[in-house]
Design a protein around this ligand. Structure first.
Ligand SMILES: CC(C)(COP(=O)(O)OP(=O)(O)OC[C@H]1O[C@@H](n2cnc3c(N)ncnc32)[C@H](O)[C@@H]1OP(=O)(O)O)[C@@H](O)C(=O)NCCC(=O)NCCS
Length: 170
């Protein structure tokens, strides 16, 4: 059985559906409200719209009734999967929502033949790291690899809207 198969159910009052650009304002408000999330220029409405269009069926929103309680975006470059900005409303944590959201993403990647998924997490985000480890994820450094990046537009890496500590991560 693939590692992302869910072992136990999520809170039964919560529904998960594909994220659309109509969710953007609520999802952004959720991302801005949680610790450990770094948002940046890449998270503009236009960029998220393009990301969702390029990666149909891979990003998800969780709702209880009309209230957004969780969100995640996921995509692929055709070779690897990339999962970003997983967030669950504080009042709805530890009810299986995060696990279900990433399960949906990994299943979507698996369905198109992508064998591996990557993500970024702030080193100070102990709660998220505990969550990812519990879900079976490993740091690259544990495999002898360090990540690098290059700032193409030269605007620097300062966050423009974040409760976190940086940009475009988490
Ligand atoms: C990380 C986060 C998404 C987890 O969401 P969640 O819905 O509470 O997670 P789940 O209920 O699906 O938990 C799945 C498992 O991880 C465990 N877990 C969740 N959060 C944990 C934590 N902070 N510490 C230890 N274990 C944790 C749960 O106990 C559960 O274990 P189980 O399968 O044995 O029952 C949520 O805490 C969050 O939104 N954090 C703020 C944003 C953030 O940091 N996002 C990650 C960016 S990389």
């Amino acid at each position: 059985m693939p590692i992302f198969r869910l072992e136990k159910g999520m809170n039964a009052h919560i529904n998960i559906g594909e994220m659309t650009i109509e969710d953007y304002d609520e999802v952004t408000a959720l991302w801005q409200s949680v610790d450990g999330m770094g948002l940046g220029p890449s998270d503009s409405r236009d960029n998220i719209a393009r990301y969702l269009a390029r990666n149909p069926g891979m990003s998800f929103a969780a709702r209880e009734g009309h209230m957004l309680v969780g969100a995640v975006i996921c995509g692929t470059d055709g070779r690897r999967g990339y999962l970003s900005h997983l967030a669950v409303r504080a009042s709805h944590r530890k009810q299986g929502v995060g696990k279900e959201l990433i399960g949906r993403c990994l299943a979507a990647l698996h369905a198109v033949g992508i064998p591996r998924c990557n993500l970024f997490v702030f080193a100070v985000n102990a709660g998220a790291i505990a969550f990812w480890r519990k879900m079976g994820w490993q740091f690259w450094e544990e495999r002898g690899v360090r990540g690098m990046s290059f700032d193409i537009d030269g605007k620097g890496v300062a966050a423009h809207t974040s409760k976190g500590v940086g940009n475009d991560h988490g």
